[in-house]
Design a protein around this ligand. Structure first.
Ligand code: VG1
Ligand code: CO
Length: 544
Protein backbone atom coordinates (compact mmCIF):
# COMPACT_ATOMS: atom_id res chain seq x y z
CA UNK A 1 0.00 0.00 0.00
CA UNK A 2 1.54 3.24 -1.14
CA UNK A 3 1.58 6.04 1.40
CA UNK A 4 1.49 9.59 0.03
CA UNK A 5 2.58 12.79 1.67
CA UNK A 6 0.70 15.77 0.22
CA UNK A 7 1.76 19.30 0.93
CA UNK A 8 -0.74 21.98 1.91
CA UNK A 9 -0.99 25.38 3.61
CA UNK A 10 -2.42 25.85 7.09
CA UNK A 11 -5.93 27.38 7.35
CA UNK A 12 -6.44 29.90 10.11
CA UNK A 13 -10.16 29.29 10.75
CA UNK A 14 -10.21 25.76 12.13
CA UNK A 15 -10.94 26.44 15.79
CA UNK A 16 -13.67 24.04 16.98
CA UNK A 17 -16.74 25.78 18.49
CA UNK A 18 -19.37 24.57 20.97
CA UNK A 19 -19.54 21.22 19.20
CA UNK A 20 -16.72 20.59 16.76
CA UNK A 21 -15.67 22.36 13.58
CA UNK A 22 -18.71 23.54 11.63
CA UNK A 23 -18.56 25.24 8.24
CA UNK A 24 -20.39 25.43 4.97
CA UNK A 25 -20.05 22.30 2.82
CA UNK A 26 -18.23 24.36 0.22
CA UNK A 27 -15.61 25.39 2.83
CA UNK A 28 -14.96 21.72 3.59
CA UNK A 29 -14.66 21.05 -0.13
CA UNK A 30 -11.78 23.49 -0.49
CA UNK A 31 -8.75 21.30 -1.35
CA UNK A 32 -6.89 20.09 1.77
CA UNK A 33 -9.35 21.74 4.21
CA UNK A 34 -10.74 18.53 5.72
CA UNK A 35 -7.41 16.74 5.31
CA UNK A 36 -5.53 19.40 7.28
CA UNK A 37 -7.98 19.22 10.16
CA UNK A 38 -7.79 15.42 10.21
CA UNK A 39 -3.99 15.51 10.18
CA UNK A 40 -4.14 17.89 13.15
CA UNK A 41 -6.27 15.32 14.99
CA UNK A 42 -3.88 12.46 14.18
CA UNK A 43 -0.76 14.47 15.07
CA UNK A 44 -2.14 15.86 18.32
CA UNK A 45 -3.62 12.52 19.49
CA UNK A 46 -0.80 9.97 19.60
CA UNK A 47 -3.09 7.49 21.42
CA UNK A 48 -4.68 6.80 18.05
CA UNK A 49 -1.48 5.34 16.61
CA UNK A 50 -1.87 1.57 16.75
CA UNK A 51 -5.32 2.07 18.26
CA UNK A 52 -9.01 1.82 17.40
CA UNK A 53 -10.99 4.70 15.92
CA UNK A 54 -14.77 4.87 15.43
CA UNK A 55 -16.15 6.81 12.45
CA UNK A 56 -19.67 7.69 11.33
CA UNK A 57 -21.91 10.59 10.54
CA UNK A 58 -25.48 11.80 10.21
CA UNK A 59 -25.73 10.96 6.50
CA UNK A 60 -25.74 14.50 5.23
CA UNK A 61 -24.27 15.60 1.91
CA UNK A 62 -20.47 15.04 1.83
CA UNK A 63 -20.66 12.39 4.60
CA UNK A 64 -19.59 9.55 2.32
CA UNK A 65 -16.81 11.53 0.63
CA UNK A 66 -15.44 12.60 3.99
CA UNK A 67 -15.46 9.01 5.27
CA UNK A 68 -13.41 7.82 2.27
CA UNK A 69 -10.87 10.56 3.04
CA UNK A 70 -10.77 9.53 6.72
CA UNK A 71 -10.27 5.87 5.76
CA UNK A 72 -7.26 6.68 3.56
CA UNK A 73 -5.73 9.02 6.11
CA UNK A 74 -6.36 6.68 9.05
CA UNK A 75 -4.52 3.89 7.22
CA UNK A 76 -1.55 6.18 6.57
CA UNK A 77 -1.51 7.47 10.15
CA UNK A 78 -1.13 4.08 11.79
CA UNK A 79 -4.68 3.38 12.98
CA UNK A 80 -4.94 -0.34 13.66
CA UNK A 81 -8.72 -0.81 13.61
CA UNK A 82 -11.30 1.49 12.10
CA UNK A 83 -14.92 0.86 13.10
CA UNK A 84 -17.31 2.46 10.60
CA UNK A 85 -21.11 2.56 10.69
CA UNK A 86 -22.70 0.81 7.70
CA UNK A 87 -23.66 3.36 5.05
CA UNK A 88 -21.38 5.78 6.86
CA UNK A 89 -24.09 6.30 9.46
CA UNK A 90 -23.78 6.64 13.23
CA UNK A 91 -25.88 8.90 15.40
CA UNK A 92 -23.84 10.94 17.86
CA UNK A 93 -25.06 8.95 20.91
CA UNK A 94 -24.55 5.63 19.07
CA UNK A 95 -20.97 6.65 18.25
CA UNK A 96 -20.43 7.37 21.94
CA UNK A 97 -21.93 3.98 22.86
CA UNK A 98 -19.70 2.15 20.35
CA UNK A 99 -16.50 3.94 21.41
CA UNK A 100 -17.16 2.85 24.99
CA UNK A 101 -18.33 -0.68 24.24
CA UNK A 102 -15.37 -1.56 22.01
CA UNK A 103 -12.91 0.45 24.09
CA UNK A 104 -11.84 2.52 21.14
CA UNK A 105 -9.22 5.22 21.58
CA UNK A 106 -11.38 7.88 19.98
CA UNK A 107 -14.04 8.67 17.43
CA UNK A 108 -14.79 11.04 14.60
CA UNK A 109 -18.41 12.09 14.09
CA UNK A 110 -19.36 13.90 10.91
CA UNK A 111 -22.29 16.20 11.51
CA UNK A 112 -23.45 19.78 11.66
CA UNK A 113 -26.26 18.57 13.93
CA UNK A 114 -29.48 20.53 13.38
CA UNK A 115 -28.02 22.84 10.70
CA UNK A 116 -29.44 22.31 7.19
CA UNK A 117 -27.58 20.01 4.78
CA UNK A 118 -27.07 19.66 1.04
CA UNK A 119 -24.43 21.22 -1.24
CA UNK A 120 -25.40 24.71 -0.03
CA UNK A 121 -25.79 23.62 3.59
CA UNK A 122 -23.45 22.91 6.47
CA UNK A 123 -21.01 20.17 7.37
CA UNK A 124 -19.08 19.46 10.54
CA UNK A 125 -16.56 17.25 12.23
CA UNK A 126 -16.31 16.39 15.92
CA UNK A 127 -13.59 14.50 17.73
CA UNK A 128 -14.55 12.32 20.72
CA UNK A 129 -12.14 10.81 23.21
CA UNK A 130 -11.89 7.30 24.65
CA UNK A 131 -14.60 7.96 27.26
CA UNK A 132 -17.01 8.38 24.33
CA UNK A 133 -17.53 12.09 24.94
CA UNK A 134 -16.71 15.26 23.05
CA UNK A 135 -13.07 16.24 23.38
CA UNK A 136 -12.65 18.69 26.25
CA UNK A 137 -11.45 22.23 25.56
CA UNK A 138 -7.81 21.42 26.28
CA UNK A 139 -7.87 18.91 23.40
CA UNK A 140 -9.90 21.00 20.95
CA UNK A 141 -7.49 23.88 21.57
CA UNK A 142 -4.53 21.57 20.98
CA UNK A 143 -6.04 20.37 17.71
CA UNK A 144 -6.56 24.00 16.75
CA UNK A 145 -2.93 24.80 17.57
CA UNK A 146 -1.84 21.98 15.24
CA UNK A 147 -4.05 23.29 12.43
CA UNK A 148 -2.11 26.55 12.56
CA UNK A 149 1.08 24.86 11.41
CA UNK A 150 0.07 21.70 9.55
CA UNK A 151 1.51 21.92 6.03
CA UNK A 152 1.25 18.35 4.83
CA UNK A 153 -0.91 15.30 5.39
CA UNK A 154 -0.57 11.55 4.97
CA UNK A 155 -2.92 9.25 3.12
CA UNK A 156 -2.74 6.02 1.18
CA UNK A 157 -3.35 5.48 -2.50
CA UNK A 158 -6.34 3.13 -2.63
CA UNK A 159 -9.75 2.56 -4.15
CA UNK A 160 -12.86 3.60 -2.25
CA UNK A 161 -14.28 1.14 0.25
CA UNK A 162 -17.89 0.03 -0.31
CA UNK A 163 -19.62 1.43 2.80
CA UNK A 164 -22.79 -0.56 2.24
CA UNK A 165 -21.51 -4.10 2.79
CA UNK A 166 -21.11 -5.20 6.40
CA UNK A 167 -17.97 -7.07 7.33
CA UNK A 168 -14.22 -6.63 7.47
CA UNK A 169 -11.83 -5.18 4.94
CA UNK A 170 -8.08 -4.71 5.05
CA UNK A 171 -6.32 -1.61 3.91
CA UNK A 172 -2.59 -2.15 4.31
CA UNK A 173 -2.03 -2.80 8.00
CA UNK A 174 -5.42 -1.40 8.99
CA UNK A 175 -8.56 -3.46 9.59
CA UNK A 176 -11.85 -1.77 8.67
CA UNK A 177 -14.97 -3.12 10.37
CA UNK A 178 -18.27 -2.02 8.88
CA UNK A 179 -20.87 -2.55 11.57
CA UNK A 180 -24.63 -2.23 11.99
CA UNK A 181 -25.05 1.31 13.34
CA UNK A 182 -28.19 0.44 15.32
CA UNK A 183 -27.61 -2.92 17.08
CA UNK A 184 -25.28 -1.94 19.93
CA UNK A 185 -27.27 1.18 20.70
CA UNK A 186 -30.59 -0.69 20.67
CA UNK A 187 -29.16 -3.28 23.05
CA UNK A 188 -28.09 -0.56 25.49
CA UNK A 189 -31.58 0.97 25.38
CA UNK A 190 -33.16 -2.39 26.18
CA UNK A 191 -30.98 -2.59 29.29
CA UNK A 192 -32.02 0.85 30.54
CA UNK A 193 -35.74 0.75 29.83
CA UNK A 194 -38.56 -1.69 30.52
CA UNK A 195 -39.30 -2.78 26.96
CA UNK A 196 -41.91 -5.30 28.13
CA UNK A 197 -43.95 -2.61 29.83
CA UNK A 198 -43.68 -0.24 26.87
CA UNK A 199 -44.77 -3.05 24.54
CA UNK A 200 -47.89 -3.45 26.69
CA UNK A 201 -48.62 0.25 26.37
CA UNK A 202 -48.60 -0.03 22.56
CA UNK A 203 -50.44 -3.36 22.57
CA UNK A 204 -53.32 -1.84 24.56
CA UNK A 205 -54.37 0.00 21.40
CA UNK A 206 -55.37 3.22 23.22
CA UNK A 207 -52.01 4.86 23.09
CA UNK A 208 -50.86 6.65 19.96
CA UNK A 209 -47.43 8.05 19.29
CA UNK A 210 -45.50 9.79 16.51
CA UNK A 211 -41.76 10.14 16.11
CA UNK A 212 -40.36 12.55 13.54
CA UNK A 213 -36.87 11.56 12.42
CA UNK A 214 -36.79 14.63 10.14
CA UNK A 215 -35.10 12.59 7.36
CA UNK A 216 -32.01 12.50 9.52
CA UNK A 217 -29.98 9.80 11.24
CA UNK A 218 -32.50 8.57 13.84
CA UNK A 219 -34.80 7.06 11.19
CA UNK A 220 -33.21 3.59 11.21
CA UNK A 221 -32.83 3.66 15.01
CA UNK A 222 -36.46 4.63 15.58
CA UNK A 223 -37.85 2.11 13.06
CA UNK A 224 -35.88 -0.65 14.74
CA UNK A 225 -36.50 0.24 18.38
CA UNK A 226 -39.99 1.76 18.37
CA UNK A 227 -41.67 -0.25 15.64
CA UNK A 228 -39.75 -3.54 15.41
CA UNK A 229 -38.84 -4.05 19.07
CA UNK A 230 -41.52 -2.17 20.99
CA UNK A 231 -44.41 -2.98 18.67
CA UNK A 232 -45.50 0.56 17.83
CA UNK A 233 -47.64 0.38 14.68
CA UNK A 234 -45.99 1.06 11.32
CA UNK A 235 -46.31 4.75 10.57
CA UNK A 236 -45.36 5.76 14.12
CA UNK A 237 -42.02 6.88 12.73
CA UNK A 238 -42.36 9.59 10.11
CA UNK A 239 -39.69 11.00 7.79
CA UNK A 240 -37.67 7.94 8.73
CA UNK A 241 -35.42 7.69 5.69
CA UNK A 242 -32.13 9.58 6.10
CA UNK A 243 -31.56 11.94 3.18
CA UNK A 244 -28.48 13.91 2.24
CA UNK A 245 -30.40 17.19 2.37
CA UNK A 246 -32.89 16.11 5.08
CA UNK A 247 -35.63 16.33 2.45
CA UNK A 248 -34.94 20.05 2.10
CA UNK A 249 -35.89 20.59 5.75
CA UNK A 250 -34.13 21.94 8.78
CA UNK A 251 -33.50 18.95 11.08
CA UNK A 252 -34.05 20.92 14.27
CA UNK A 253 -36.60 19.44 16.66
CA UNK A 254 -38.45 22.53 17.81
CA UNK A 255 -41.99 23.87 17.45
CA UNK A 256 -41.13 25.67 14.22
CA UNK A 257 -39.24 23.01 12.28
CA UNK A 258 -41.00 19.89 13.58
CA UNK A 259 -44.40 21.39 12.75
CA UNK A 260 -45.85 18.15 11.37
CA UNK A 261 -45.94 16.46 14.78
CA UNK A 262 -47.08 19.67 16.43
CA UNK A 263 -50.13 19.67 14.15
CA UNK A 264 -50.76 15.95 14.61
CA UNK A 265 -50.63 16.16 18.41
CA UNK A 266 -53.15 18.99 18.56
CA UNK A 267 -56.91 18.75 19.15
CA UNK A 268 -59.19 15.83 19.97
CA UNK A 269 -57.64 13.62 17.29
CA UNK A 270 -54.11 14.47 18.39
CA UNK A 271 -51.78 11.63 19.36
CA UNK A 272 -50.94 11.09 23.05
CA UNK A 273 -47.22 11.47 22.65
CA UNK A 274 -45.00 12.92 19.94
CA UNK A 275 -41.28 13.45 19.72
CA UNK A 276 -38.57 14.45 17.27
CA UNK A 277 -34.80 14.35 17.03
CA UNK A 278 -32.21 16.35 15.12
CA UNK A 279 -29.70 15.70 12.33
CA UNK A 280 -27.28 13.63 14.39
CA UNK A 281 -29.77 12.20 16.90
CA UNK A 282 -28.63 13.88 20.08
CA UNK A 283 -31.52 16.33 20.54
CA UNK A 284 -35.14 15.65 21.43
CA UNK A 285 -38.44 17.47 21.57
CA UNK A 286 -41.23 16.04 23.73
CA UNK A 287 -44.91 16.76 23.12
CA UNK A 288 -48.09 15.53 24.72
CA UNK A 289 -51.56 16.13 23.29
CA UNK A 290 -51.85 19.92 23.10
CA UNK A 291 -48.79 20.17 25.28
CA UNK A 292 -45.16 21.18 24.74
CA UNK A 293 -42.62 20.14 27.36
CA UNK A 294 -39.78 22.66 27.54
CA UNK A 295 -36.39 20.93 27.51
CA UNK A 296 -35.62 22.45 30.91
CA UNK A 297 -38.83 21.02 32.38
CA UNK A 298 -38.16 17.68 30.69
CA UNK A 299 -34.84 17.41 32.52
CA UNK A 300 -36.48 18.29 35.85
CA UNK A 301 -39.29 15.75 35.34
CA UNK A 302 -36.74 13.06 34.44
CA UNK A 303 -34.73 13.77 37.56
CA UNK A 304 -37.82 13.67 39.78
CA UNK A 305 -39.02 10.37 38.26
CA UNK A 306 -35.77 8.54 37.55
CA UNK A 307 -36.34 6.03 40.35
CA UNK A 308 -39.37 4.72 38.40
CA UNK A 309 -37.21 3.77 35.41
CA UNK A 310 -35.44 0.43 35.23
CA UNK A 311 -31.92 1.71 34.55
CA UNK A 312 -32.12 4.36 37.29
CA UNK A 313 -33.97 2.42 39.97
CA UNK A 314 -31.16 2.92 42.44
CA UNK A 315 -31.67 6.68 42.22
CA UNK A 316 -29.47 9.37 40.75
CA UNK A 317 -26.22 10.63 42.21
CA UNK A 318 -26.37 14.21 41.02
CA UNK A 319 -27.51 16.37 38.12
CA UNK A 320 -26.06 19.11 35.95
CA UNK A 321 -27.45 21.68 33.57
CA UNK A 322 -25.87 24.23 31.25
CA UNK A 323 -25.95 27.74 32.64
CA UNK A 324 -28.76 29.10 30.41
CA UNK A 325 -31.00 26.08 31.16
CA UNK A 326 -33.82 26.91 33.58
CA UNK A 327 -33.36 26.24 37.25
CA UNK A 328 -36.28 23.78 37.41
CA UNK A 329 -33.92 20.84 37.91
CA UNK A 330 -32.15 22.66 40.76
CA UNK A 331 -35.37 22.45 42.77
CA UNK A 332 -35.61 18.72 42.21
CA UNK A 333 -31.98 18.24 43.22
CA UNK A 334 -32.58 20.20 46.40
CA UNK A 335 -35.61 18.07 47.18
CA UNK A 336 -33.64 14.86 46.58
CA UNK A 337 -30.65 16.12 48.55
CA UNK A 338 -28.23 15.63 45.63
CA UNK A 339 -25.74 18.00 43.97
CA UNK A 340 -26.67 20.18 41.02
CA UNK A 341 -23.87 21.59 38.85
CA UNK A 342 -24.13 24.59 36.54
CA UNK A 343 -21.79 24.31 33.54
CA UNK A 344 -21.07 26.35 30.41
CA UNK A 345 -23.03 25.57 27.24
CA UNK A 346 -21.87 22.46 25.36
CA UNK A 347 -21.86 18.78 26.28
CA UNK A 348 -18.09 18.62 26.72
CA UNK A 349 -18.46 20.36 30.08
CA UNK A 350 -20.49 17.45 31.50
CA UNK A 351 -17.73 14.95 30.67
CA UNK A 352 -15.68 15.14 33.83
CA UNK A 353 -18.74 15.21 36.08
CA UNK A 354 -20.06 12.04 34.40
CA UNK A 355 -16.68 10.27 34.41
CA UNK A 356 -16.11 11.14 38.05
CA UNK A 357 -19.49 9.69 39.04
CA UNK A 358 -20.74 13.04 40.37
CA UNK A 359 -23.83 13.16 38.18
CA UNK A 360 -26.21 10.68 36.58
CA UNK A 361 -28.44 13.01 34.54
CA UNK A 362 -27.69 16.24 32.71
CA UNK A 363 -29.25 18.49 30.14
CA UNK A 364 -29.44 21.72 28.21
CA UNK A 365 -32.28 24.07 27.30
CA UNK A 366 -31.39 23.47 23.64
CA UNK A 367 -33.40 20.23 23.45
CA UNK A 368 -30.64 18.04 24.84
CA UNK A 369 -30.66 15.60 27.72
CA UNK A 370 -28.69 12.53 28.64
CA UNK A 371 -27.26 10.37 31.37
CA UNK A 372 -24.17 8.41 32.26
CA UNK A 373 -25.17 5.60 29.84
CA UNK A 374 -23.12 7.37 27.13
CA UNK A 375 -21.11 10.57 27.05
CA UNK A 376 -23.34 12.54 24.69
CA UNK A 377 -26.80 13.96 24.81
CA UNK A 378 -29.17 11.38 23.47
CA UNK A 379 -32.42 12.07 21.62
CA UNK A 380 -34.00 8.61 21.42
CA UNK A 381 -32.91 7.84 24.96
CA UNK A 382 -34.96 10.82 26.17
CA UNK A 383 -37.95 9.66 24.12
CA UNK A 384 -37.70 6.14 25.56
CA UNK A 385 -37.35 7.59 29.07
CA UNK A 386 -40.64 9.44 28.59
CA UNK A 387 -42.31 6.41 27.02
CA UNK A 388 -41.23 4.28 29.95
CA UNK A 389 -42.51 6.92 32.36
CA UNK A 390 -45.87 7.10 30.56
CA UNK A 391 -46.10 3.32 30.74
CA UNK A 392 -45.39 3.31 34.48
CA UNK A 393 -47.54 6.25 35.53
CA UNK A 394 -50.37 5.74 33.06
CA UNK A 395 -51.00 9.48 33.01
CA UNK A 396 -50.84 11.92 30.13
CA UNK A 397 -47.76 14.04 29.44
CA UNK A 398 -49.71 17.14 30.48
CA UNK A 399 -50.78 15.55 33.77
CA UNK A 400 -47.25 14.53 34.63
CA UNK A 401 -45.81 17.98 33.96
CA UNK A 402 -48.57 19.99 35.64
CA UNK A 403 -48.29 17.74 38.69
CA UNK A 404 -44.58 18.44 38.68
CA UNK A 405 -45.26 22.20 38.71
CA UNK A 406 -47.69 21.74 41.58
CA UNK A 407 -44.89 20.22 43.64
CA UNK A 408 -41.95 22.38 42.62
CA UNK A 409 -43.45 25.54 41.12
CA UNK A 410 -43.11 26.45 37.45
CA UNK A 411 -40.08 27.94 35.74
CA UNK A 412 -41.49 29.75 32.72
CA UNK A 413 -38.88 29.79 30.00
CA UNK A 414 -38.25 31.13 26.54
CA UNK A 415 -35.29 31.72 24.22
CA UNK A 416 -34.95 34.39 21.54
CA UNK A 417 -32.41 33.81 18.76
CA UNK A 418 -31.22 36.60 16.46
CA UNK A 419 -29.51 34.69 13.68
CA UNK A 420 -26.95 35.81 11.13
CA UNK A 421 -26.40 39.25 12.56
CA UNK A 422 -23.20 41.04 11.77
CA UNK A 423 -20.34 39.58 13.81
CA UNK A 424 -18.85 42.91 14.73
CA UNK A 425 -22.19 44.32 15.86
CA UNK A 426 -22.72 41.24 18.02
CA UNK A 427 -19.33 41.61 19.67
CA UNK A 428 -19.96 45.28 20.38
CA UNK A 429 -23.36 44.48 21.88
CA UNK A 430 -21.80 41.96 24.24
CA UNK A 431 -18.88 44.26 25.14
CA UNK A 432 -21.14 47.19 25.99
CA UNK A 433 -23.34 44.91 28.06
CA UNK A 434 -20.28 43.63 29.89
CA UNK A 435 -19.25 47.20 30.66
CA UNK A 436 -22.56 47.81 32.39
CA UNK A 437 -22.49 44.74 34.64
CA UNK A 438 -20.76 46.27 37.69
CA UNK A 439 -23.44 48.98 37.96
CA UNK A 440 -26.48 46.74 37.67
CA UNK A 441 -26.79 45.00 41.06
CA UNK A 442 -29.29 46.83 43.26
CA UNK A 443 -30.89 48.61 40.28
CA UNK A 444 -34.54 48.10 39.47
CA UNK A 445 -35.42 47.35 35.83
CA UNK A 446 -39.16 47.74 35.22
CA UNK A 447 -39.86 46.53 38.72
CA UNK A 448 -37.34 43.66 38.62
CA UNK A 449 -34.59 44.23 41.18
CA UNK A 450 -31.16 43.04 40.02
CA UNK A 451 -29.49 40.71 42.49
CA UNK A 452 -26.36 39.87 40.48
CA UNK A 453 -24.91 40.57 37.03
CA UNK A 454 -21.81 38.80 35.76
CA UNK A 455 -20.07 37.09 32.88
CA UNK A 456 -20.24 33.38 33.69
CA UNK A 457 -16.96 31.71 34.49
CA UNK A 458 -16.70 28.01 35.29
CA UNK A 459 -14.05 26.07 37.12
CA UNK A 460 -14.31 22.34 36.55
CA UNK A 461 -14.43 20.73 40.01
CA UNK A 462 -12.64 17.62 38.74
CA UNK A 463 -9.63 18.93 36.84
CA UNK A 464 -9.63 22.55 38.01
CA UNK A 465 -9.64 23.99 34.47
CA UNK A 466 -11.38 27.35 34.11
CA UNK A 467 -13.51 28.59 31.18
CA UNK A 468 -14.28 32.28 31.12
CA UNK A 469 -16.74 34.54 29.28
CA UNK A 470 -19.37 31.84 28.98
CA UNK A 471 -22.39 34.15 28.83
CA UNK A 472 -23.71 37.23 30.56
CA UNK A 473 -26.28 36.53 33.24
CA UNK A 474 -28.47 38.90 35.11
CA UNK A 475 -30.36 37.47 38.07
CA UNK A 476 -33.25 39.22 39.76
CA UNK A 477 -34.45 39.07 43.35
CA UNK A 478 -37.75 37.47 42.27
CA UNK A 479 -35.88 34.45 40.86
CA UNK A 480 -36.10 35.49 37.21
CA UNK A 481 -33.03 35.58 34.94
CA UNK A 482 -31.82 36.96 31.65
CA UNK A 483 -28.84 35.35 29.91
CA UNK A 484 -27.08 36.59 26.76
CA UNK A 485 -24.53 34.65 24.77
CA UNK A 486 -23.23 34.30 21.25
CA UNK A 487 -23.64 30.94 19.57
CA UNK A 488 -20.60 28.79 18.89
CA UNK A 489 -22.19 26.57 16.24
CA UNK A 490 -23.27 28.97 13.49
CA UNK A 491 -21.57 29.13 10.12
CA UNK A 492 -22.57 32.61 9.00
CA UNK A 493 -22.26 35.90 10.89
CA UNK A 494 -23.16 35.72 14.57
CA UNK A 495 -26.20 34.43 16.43
CA UNK A 496 -27.24 36.21 19.59
CA UNK A 497 -29.17 34.06 22.03
CA UNK A 498 -31.25 35.65 24.77
CA UNK A 499 -32.53 33.22 27.38
CA UNK A 500 -35.32 34.23 29.76
CA UNK A 501 -36.64 32.55 32.83
CA UNK A 502 -39.27 33.48 35.43
CA UNK A 503 -40.26 31.44 38.48
CA UNK A 504 -43.86 31.12 39.60
CA UNK A 505 -44.77 29.28 42.78
CA UNK A 506 -48.46 30.21 42.65
CA UNK A 507 -50.48 27.30 41.29
CA UNK A 508 -53.24 29.59 40.04
CA UNK A 509 -50.79 31.24 37.66
CA UNK A 510 -49.30 28.08 36.14
CA UNK A 511 -51.88 27.98 33.36
CA UNK A 512 -50.79 31.33 31.94
CA UNK A 513 -49.22 31.55 28.49
CA UNK A 514 -45.43 31.78 28.47
CA UNK A 515 -45.50 34.80 26.16
CA UNK A 516 -47.75 36.65 28.59
CA UNK A 517 -45.64 35.89 31.64
CA UNK A 518 -42.36 36.67 29.90
CA UNK A 519 -43.52 39.85 28.13
CA UNK A 520 -42.17 42.38 30.66
CA UNK A 521 -38.85 40.54 31.06
CA UNK A 522 -38.39 40.40 27.29
CA UNK A 523 -38.77 44.16 27.16
CA UNK A 524 -36.14 44.53 29.87
CA UNK A 525 -33.78 42.20 28.01
CA UNK A 526 -34.09 43.83 24.59
CA UNK A 527 -33.82 47.34 25.99
CA UNK A 528 -30.87 46.63 28.25
CA UNK A 529 -28.82 45.19 25.39
CA UNK A 530 -30.11 47.79 22.90
CA UNK A 531 -30.79 44.93 20.49
CA UNK A 532 -32.68 46.98 17.94
CA UNK A 533 -30.15 49.79 17.78
CA UNK A 534 -27.10 47.54 17.71
CA UNK A 535 -28.31 44.79 15.37
CA UNK A 536 -31.06 46.48 13.39
CA UNK A 537 -33.43 43.68 14.33
CA UNK A 538 -36.90 44.38 15.63
CA UNK A 539 -37.70 40.75 16.28
CA UNK A 540 -35.86 37.46 16.78
CA UNK A 541 -35.50 34.95 13.95
CA UNK A 542 -36.56 31.98 16.08
CA UNK A 543 -38.35 31.75 19.41
CA UNK A 544 -38.20 28.47 21.34
C1 VG1 B 1 -25.93 25.00 20.61
C2 VG1 B 1 -26.68 24.85 21.90
C3 VG1 B 1 -25.88 24.02 22.90
C4 VG1 B 1 -25.53 22.66 22.27
C5 VG1 B 1 -24.83 22.89 20.95
C6 VG1 B 1 -24.54 21.59 20.22
O1 VG1 B 1 -24.71 25.72 20.82
O2 VG1 B 1 -26.98 26.12 22.46
O3 VG1 B 1 -26.61 23.87 24.09
O4 VG1 B 1 -24.71 21.93 23.13
O5 VG1 B 1 -25.62 23.70 20.09
O6 VG1 B 1 -25.70 20.87 19.99
P1 VG1 B 1 -24.54 27.27 20.52
O7 VG1 B 1 -23.11 27.58 20.85
O8 VG1 B 1 -24.91 27.48 19.11
O9 VG1 B 1 -25.51 27.97 21.43
V1 VG1 B 1 -25.87 20.00 18.56
O10 VG1 B 1 -27.24 19.02 18.69
O11 VG1 B 1 -25.92 21.28 17.50
O12 VG1 B 1 -24.45 19.16 18.42
CO1 CO C 1 -27.23 17.52 17.43
Amino acid sequence: MKSILSSSQPFNDQRPGTSGLRKKVRDFQVPHYLENFLQAIFDSQPVLRGGTLVVGGDGRYYNRDAIQIIIRMAAANGISTLIVGLGGLLSTPAASCIIRKYQANGGIILSASHNPGGPEGDFGIKYNTANGGPAPEAITELIYAYTRTVDCYRSVDSDSINLDIAGEHRLGEMCIKLIDPVADYAELMSELFDFKLIRKLFAGGNFRMLFDAMHAVTGPYAHQILEAQLGAPAGTVINGKPKEDFGGGHPDPNLVHAHEIVARSTGVDGVDFAAASDGDGDRNMILGRDFFVTPSDSLAVMAANAHLIKGYREGIRGVARSMPTSQAVDRVAEHLGISCYETPTGWKFFGNLLDDGRITLCGEESFGSGSDHVQEKDGLWAVLFWLNLLAVRRQSVAEIVTEHWRTYGRNFYTRYDYEEIESEAAEILMDRLRDRLPNLPGKSLRGHKVEYADDFSYTDPVDGSTSEKQGIRIGFKDGSRIVYRLSGTGTQGATLRVYLEAYEADLAKHKKETAEVMGPLIKVATKLAKIKARTGRRAPTVIT
